[in-house]
Design a protein. Structure first.
Length: 299
């Protein structure tokens, strides 16, 4: 997560994530599902700018009019939770510029919340211990803690238990964001956990070795068939990506609860060619994205 000083105060680039593996292990007593997932961040970012507000108010502005900016927004929740934790009277004005689509399985809201925790901890000079910041992230949302451990990690529980993993080099993807969204709660409400969960070890081994062909074979998402049953139009996206294997893609998958899909590419050049082919099909937004260690001012 890139954090840098700007004229207004501080700015943070909050990345999107992709799930390279997602298994649902069972339903929990608290209503959430127990999951095991491998996630990576990519260079598609929302931009958040933070300016100190001496009045003590927490205010969020967003360039997407469809996005709520009140206390139900994860950015506001994160700011209010950190302020309460610190017993602070400080305030902030946050300007959020959206690039990550909503209801796409890319966790833009969770990433924005993590960016808020990290940047406000610096802006307000709170020096919150990393373990406490991670605990706060887990309280705010299931995917929030992951973004404190980028670029790659295994997440368990409801997503809040994070184990960073190594990334031997850059991974290149073509990302397709269909014009339809899928509600996370709707997908999880209909998923049926398997009697014998799929193991995560093969995809982790493929990631660690950097073998994109092996990694492509091991991509897996238990939620994908459920999302397709809710939005049959997503099948067209899957089929379009499948047509590019193995010529331009080593594998493909839906991310999270959808609706975004990605193709894993053997090279940046292959990703560019795949994007050109897919853009002609009218599937939605198509772009090339990369996962890799970032040089930043990361907190």
């Amino acid at each position: 997560m890139i954090v840098r000083p700007v004229a207004e105060g501080w700015q943070c680039l909050a990345p999107a994530k992709l799930n390279l593996f997602l298994e649902v292990l069972g339903k929990r007593a608290d209503g959430y599902h127990e999951i095991e997932t491998l996630m990576v961040t990519v260079d598609l970012h929302d931009t958040l700018t933070f300016a100190d507000d001496p009045s003590g108010r927490i205010t969020l502005r967003c360039d997407d009019p469809a996005l709520p900016t009140g206390s139900d927004n994860l950015v506001v929740k994160a700011a209010e939770r950190l302020k309460a934790e610190a017993g602070s009277r400080k305030g902030v004005t946050i300007a959020l510029s959206k690039a990550i689509p909503s209801q796409a399985g890319l966790a833009g809201g969770s990433s924005d919340a993590a960016a808020t925790l990290v940047t406000l901890d610096r802006l307000w000079n709170l020096q919150t211990p990393p373990s406490r910041l991670e605990a706060l992230a887990g309280e705010i949302g299931s995917d929030v803690a992951f973004f404190l451990h980028t670029p790659a990690a295994v997440c368990r529980g409801r997503g809040e238990r994070v184990e960073p993993t190594s990334l031997p080099g850059a991974l290149h993807f073509v990302l397709v964001c269909p014009p339809v969204g899928v509600g996370t709660a709707d997908v999880y409400r209909r998923v049926v956990p398997p009697e014998k969960p799929r193991p995560i070890e093969p995809v982790l081994e493929a990631l660690t070795t950097g073998d994109t062909i092996a990694l492509g074979r091991e991509l897996f998402n238990r939620l994908q068939p459920v999302a397709e049953s809710l939005e049959p139009a997503l099948c067209r996206t899957r089929e379009a990506l499948a047509d590019l294997v193995p010529s331009l893609l080593d594998g493909h998958l839906m991310s999270g609860s959808g609706s975004a899909h990605f193709g894993l590419c053997p090279s940046l050049d292959a990703a560019g060619h795949a994007a050109k082919r897919l853009k002609d099909l009218g599937l939605g937004q198509v772009r090339v994205v990369t996962c890799g260690p970032l040089e930043d001012h990361n907190a």
